[in-house]
Design a protein around this ligand. Structure first.
Ligand code: ADQ
Length: 465
């Protein structure tokens, strides 16, 4: 295959060449870049203030070049906090009520995409394969095409794609749809998202769904597909197996001695259903008083996007809610909810998942949700825990051995917790094996290979104009 060029909002640059990056996605993308050689371009995470950003910060690590750009303060506010996180994120998570449209922010989004394209275009070779990631960069292909770039360009959306009625509430939905049409392959997390996309085109009368997974719209024909993102299953399972000797995991085990552990791990985000989950836990204990002092719910939630008001508000809401439940249910020797507001290292995370009898993953809407997959991979095959999973997570399409719940149904989730804690070992093993077999087969490397295979396949158009 030709050289690979990955573009994403943020770039995972290893400390030194060959060092392992933190997450599964970064591991897989770096492996693909190592194999083919290439560039990973994105925002440095830094602002140049009011001044125009300086030249790209180019860092060579073996066969990979990381190309980082700063953005002005206004760019960060309008493109990132503004349109990406206050319009596209809520819209794609079906939260029309939280979307805040502003002409300035919308213009900023398209302007920064043009800026990315201007910085990327001079780095490109004729046969480079370009792979763009996520909602921040939907118009990038369109900008590159206008600059005469004819390379194959693929796009993968990590978050859900909403149905037409939700999408069309966004004033610039047409430009967004048109932006997607400029790719050669558009990948979604699930067939639901893919169907929403196709349905929207047909509903609006702007396109058609053709044979062979293709779409035709705005004068172009391109492929669409569902590629469910996955994790580094075997290495993660290995982390969990070895974690028994991790001193932090040992301490955690001692601290919950005699109690069942329930774990929730999420970025602090309204899409993750954390407040409904705390309500469900409270309801579970209230309905099952025999579990008083017999269960601990550990919620690990690093802060995220604190510059966006909805997120700042949520930090307060969740902290107050956990405090209120602890005050109402707790006793002098029992704190029902342990709420940890920071990020933790992956080996420790794997060990904590393995300690937990229940993995509680209840987003109101989620593209995939990797925590659900990590929880399964981390389990002890001889005594696996139970995954309680929202039916609105993309992962629910694959992890059919989970207890599926509707996170809006608080009592239903509370019953699922009770059911999970009393499930027989045979049933737990049966459910777990089914999920683990799937995760071993469809791991993150397979996801990456499947997408790139389809993007480089002969029948993908090279630019129909
Ligand atoms: P996210 O919304 O960030 O990702 P998710 O898929 O759950 O959600 O990934 C979160 C990752 O962060 C997991 O690997 C998890 O282990 C890690 N993480 C979370 N809390 C942590 C903590 N306290 N300490 C350390 N690590 C923590 C978006 C989409 C998802 C989609 C992914 C990938 O919203 O639907 O699955 O991209 O495509």
């Amino acid at each position: 295959m030709s050289r690979l060029v990955i573009v994403s909002n943020r770039v995972s640059v290893p400390e030194k060449a060959g060092a392992a990056p933190a997450g599964g996605l970064a591991v897989a993308l770096q492996a693909a870049l190592e194999e083919h050689g290439g560039i990973w371009m994105g925002w440095s995470g830094k602002s140049s203030g009011a001044k125009a950003p300086g030249p790209l910060d180019m860092r060579n690590h073996g066969k990979i070049t990381y190309a980082l750009t700063d953005l002005t303060k206004t760019d960060v506010e309008e493109y990132y906090h503004g349109f990406a996180n206050r319009v596209l994120w809520p819209i794609c998570h079906y939260r029309l009520d939280l979307a805040e449209y502003g002409r300035k922010e919308m213009a900023g989004y398209f302007r920064v995409n043009r800026f990315f394209a201007e910085r990327l275009a001079p780095l490109l070779k004729e046969d480079d394969i370009i792979w763009v990631h996520d909602y921040h960069l939907i118009p990038l292909a369109s900008e590159l095409r206008q600059m005469g770039v004819k390379n194959k360009i693929g796009f993968f959306l990590h978050i859900p794609w909403p149905p037409a009625d939700v999408l069309f509430a966004m004033p610039v939905h047409e430009q967004i749809m048109r932006g997607l049409s400029q790719y050669d392959l558009v990948g979604f997390q699930t067939d639901f998202d893919l169907d929403n996309f196709g349905g929207g085109l047909v509903r609006e009368g702007i396109g058609e769904r053709l044979e062979g997974g293709k779409f035709s719209t705005y004068g172009r024909t391109f492929k669409g597909g569902a590629y469910s993102i996955a994790i580094e299953t075997q290495p993660f399972a290995e982390f969990a197996r070895k974690a028994a000797s991790n001193s932090m995991v040992r301490k955690a085990r001692q601290s919950v001695e005699g109690r069942d552990l329930i774990i929730g791990v999420d970025r602090l985000d309204y899409s993750k259903g954390i407040t409904q989950r705390i309500d469900a836990f409270e309801t579970f204990v209230t309905l099952n008083p025999n579990y008083q002092n017999k269960v601990t719910y550990l919620q690990i939630t690093p802060k995220s996007r604190s510059e966006v008001p909805e997120y700042e508000q949520m930090q307060r809401t969740v902290a107050e809610q956990a405090g209120r439940v602890n005050g109402a249910l707790g006793t002098v020797d029992w704190v029902p909810i342990r709420y940890v507001n920071r990020s933790i290292a992956r080996p420790l995370l794997a060990g904590l998942y393995r300690l937990a009898k229940i993995g509680l993953v209840t987003p109101l809407r989620d593209g995939m949700n990797l925590v659900a997959k990590e929880y399964v991979a981390a389990q002890d095959p001889d005594d696996p825990g139970v995954l309680v999973l929202s039916r609105f997570a993309g992962a629910a399409r694959e992890l059919t051995g989970a207890l599926l719940v509707n996170p809006y149904d608080i009592e239903g989730t509370a019953h699922a917790i009770a059911r999970g804690l009393t499930m027989s070992l045979d049933e737990r093993k049966q459910r777990w094996e089914k999920m683990m077999d799937h995760l071993v087969k469809y791991d993150i490397n397979r996801w990456c290979e499947d997408f790139l295979k389809d993007l480089t396949a002969e029948d993908v158009e090279e630019t129909a104009g």
